[in-house]
Design a protein around this ligand. Sequence first.
Ligand SMILES: Cc1cc2nc3c(=O)[nH]c(=O)nc-3n(C[C@H](O)[C@H](O)[C@H](O)COP(=O)(O)OP(=O)(O)OC[C@H]3O[C@@H](n4cnc5c(N)ncnc54)[C@H](O)[C@@H]3O)c2cc1C
Ligand code: SF4
Length: 320
Amino acid sequence: MRDVGYLRVGDTAEALTAAARPGARLIAGGTELVNLLKERIEQPDLLVDISRLPLTDITVGPDGLHLGALARMSDVAAHPEVRSGYPAIAQALELSASPQLRNMATMGGNLMQRTRCPYFRADHDLPCNKRRPGSGCSAIDGDHRAAAIFGASESCVATHPSDLAVALVALDAQVRTTARTLPARDLHRLPGDQPHRDTVLDHGEMILGIDVPVSPPSAYLKVRERGSYEFALVSVAVAAETSGGVIRTARAALGGVAPKPWPLDVDLAGVPLRRDELRAAIAPAFAAARPLPGSEFKIELAQRAVVRALTKPIGLMGET
Ligand SMILES: Cc1cc2nc3c(=O)[nH]c(=O)nc-3n(C[C@H](O)[C@H](O)[C@H](O)COP(=O)(O)OP(=O)(O)OC[C@H]3O[C@@H](n4cnc5c(N)ncnc54)[C@H](O)[C@@H]3O)c2cc1C
Ligand code: SF4
């Protein structure tokens, strides 16, 4: 058994000083980090408890939505103005984890959660470059049904699990940290030959909040093996303005297909909200897909999910 120090900090300056120490880890809701400790994936010397910092704000104004890093998933999902103005965020959160977990878990912790690759989480010593750099990747020749189809490397084919992160990328959100403000789409990194690094944040850097610009109607669609309490096989967040059955502007991002939320970088302006035209318009974005044999089904599944998200929920919310 290892001794681990514990420090509950009272302000951001104290948090920064403590978090900068080698071997320190921030802890917010603890719903992810405690599991990582139990699984011996994380072995910190000091837990810096930030849960009492005044970063729980959820505010909606003329310039958009502002979420403190410590706002709880359940509070954000239930907020009336988030539900009406930013439904993709509310839906992504409500489709995540369980009510008990959402009551504890925070925005910052959610974005910083680690992959659910079974070899990474295994309680025995299987090769895993993300967990033990240089040990190999068990998924490539093993169980890789959940593997990435975009952005993977020979070192790691794991996907990023946060539903919230996918919605934030589609909504063009910014993440504010103690060191900088960066687009949500740039927070997570591709594995390359350093799969143990999930994000671009430096040691001790803390997320302070999330800023989302005023959004057109949006929706989140999650496809999973069972109806609740399950991570996405594939998910899609869309934010679109439509007129007369035609898309005027649209942004979309995919989850469950890459080591980070994957922006669907195609121009959908002028595309009718009909299945065949939408399929043709998004097809070029899937030319770059590089699945493993077991994850090939995600190419078709993801395209169907994008079409469904664009035609069904936004149609239900009414055209602008
Ligand atoms: C059974 C189960 C099912 C789940 N299903 C889903 C799901 O379907 N979809 C989904 O999206 N998530 C899911 N989750 C993940 C869950 O959403 C996360 O556990 C939770 O959001 C983490 O938040 P937390 O505040 O508890 O983080 P913590 O456990 O406190 O921290 C997690 C990580 O984030 C870091 N961290 C925390 N706050 C900050 C900050 N402000 N700045 C920088 N780093 C920080 C910590 O150092 C740690 O590394 C599931 C979790 C479990 C256990
Ligand atoms: S896919 Fe990544 S996380 Fe999974 S076993 Fe391979 S290196 Fe580890």
